[in-house]
Design a protein around this ligand. Structure first.
Ligand code: ZN
Length: 171
């Protein structure tokens, strides 16, 4: 996706960067989710979903981006930093955003099954939490949803083709 027409530093601009990272995940046959952490109009952390390739169940885009950002600023708290992620975070990642003191979460597509921000449960809106993350959902929602659904339809087609090929070898 080109940057033309996107106002620099708008939420759509940052989400386009997250979408690029999600596309890299798709190329590795990982579910396409991408995240960037922005501080003072600069990207300080990038994440591209990678659990299968790295044999790491925690290697979600948000966690990878949080780790990079915290290393970059040499602080485990990312006060006044915002995260842009193409898909609604899961429970692990929503918890990590609170631990990282992220100021504002912007996400693209909702995740009906395991989304932990508004869909399945609502972890970020608990009065007992010692830090409140502000939330804006639906940023570039259509692009983010399309990227996911085209990935899953490609993978289904590939699996079907592989099955057919295996059958031909047997016959
Ligand atoms: Zn996650």
């Amino acid at each position: 996706m080109g940057e033309e027409g996107l106002q620099r530093f708008s939420s759509e601009y940052w989400m386009s960067k997250a979408l690029e990272l999600a596309e890299q995940a798709a190329l590795r046959n990982e579910v396409p989710v991408g995240a960037v952490i922005v501080y003072d109009n600069e990207i300080i952390g990038r994440g591209s979903n990678n659990p299968i390739s790295s044999n790491d169940p925690t290697a979600h885009a948000e966690i990878i981006a949080l780790r990079e950002a915290a290393q970059k600023i040499k602080n485990y708290r990312l006060v006044n930093a915002d995260i842009y992620v193409t898909l609604e975070p899961c429970a692990m990642c929503a918890g990590a955003l609170v631990h990282g003191r992220i100021r504002h979460l912007y996400y693209g597509a909702a995740e009906a099954k395991s989304g932990a921000v508004c869909s399945h449960i609502n972890l970020l809106d608990q009065p007992s939490m010692n830090h409140q993350v502000e939330v804006t959902g639906g940023v570039c929602e259509e692009l983010c949803s399309q990227q996911l659904s085209s990935f899953f339809s490609r993978r289904r087609a590939e699996k079907k083709a592989a099955k057919l090929a295996a059958r031909k070898v047997r016959d």
